[in-house]
Write a protein that binds this ligand. Structure first.
Ligand SMILES: CC(C)(COP(=O)(O)OP(=O)(O)OC[C@H]1O[C@@H](n2cnc3c(N)ncnc32)[C@H](O)[C@@H]1OP(=O)(O)O)[C@@H](O)C(=O)NCCC(=O)NCCS
Length: 74
């Protein structure tokens, strides 16, 4: 998301809606991957109950970096 539009609750609205709809459809677990250096996004995901499950070594390129696999229970 463009810097100018961050910290206004937009991603919170989208995440709440996505989680509500997926739960309605019977999903139980939600997974995502995030760059290990992207601590800002990790803080955001933690608010929604995501916890680090495992590390995918060198998952990302340009620059090479590990991915954290995060999981939340709906
Ligand atoms: C991560 C991202 C999606 C958050 O979107 P957003 O619309 O700014 O998030 P919200 O406004 O809904 O934030 C909700 C809460 O999450 C946390 N949070 C969000 N951005 C944060 C940041 N940069 N640093 C620390 N906490 C943050 C805060 O607790 C925030 O509440 P607050 O603003 O009242 O303190 C947005 O910063 C973004 O698009 N980043 C660049 C792309 C990216 O990293 N995507 C994720 C790839 S896996």
């Amino acid at each position: 998301m463009h810097q100018d539009f961050r910290r206004q609750g937009v991603a919170t609205l989208l995440m709440n809606e996505a989680m509500r709809e997926l739960k309605k459809k019977g999903c139980v677990f939600l997974y995502l991957k995030v760059r290990s250096s992207n601590t800002d996004a990790q803080k955001f995901y933690e608010i929604f109950g995501f916890k680090v499950e495992s590390v995918r070594k060198n998952y990302y390129g340009d620059p090479d970096e590990n991915a954290l696999l995060m999981m939340a229970r709906l």
